[in-house]
Design a protein around this ligand. Structure first.
Ligand code: SF4
Length: 88
């Protein structure tokens, strides 16, 4: 297992644990779950507000940074996360 894969698995476990503590997240309870994956404009803005209010946002963003997921995770889109990593 590579260091990156180990980090990814660790972050995933953190996210899963946080979800067990806090219950379903806004993206899991949304009537429009695609908003977290293909949305732009108003729908994306609404999904971001869900992330802003999400109790597991830090764990979610950490996981997505390690895993390079598609879509909006932890309040950031994939291109935004890529820029964040590049700037670090
Ligand atoms: S922070 Fe993550 S778990 Fe929470 S609503 Fe956003 S994408 Fe879903």
């Amino acid at each position: 297992m590579t260091a990156g894969r180990t980090e990814q698995m660790s972050e995933w476990q953190e996210l899963r644990s946080a979800l067990r503590v806090h219950g379903p997240s806004p993206c899991q309870e949304s009537a429009v779950p695609d908003a977290w994956f293909e949305a732009k404009g108003v729908l994306l803005a609404e999904a971001r507000r869900g992330c802003d209010d999400c109790p597991v946002q830090p764990e979610c963003l950490a996981y997505a940074l390690a895993a390079d997921e598609e879509g909006l995770w932890g309040g950031l889109t994939r291109p935004e996360r890529t820029r964040l990593v590049a700037a670090a």
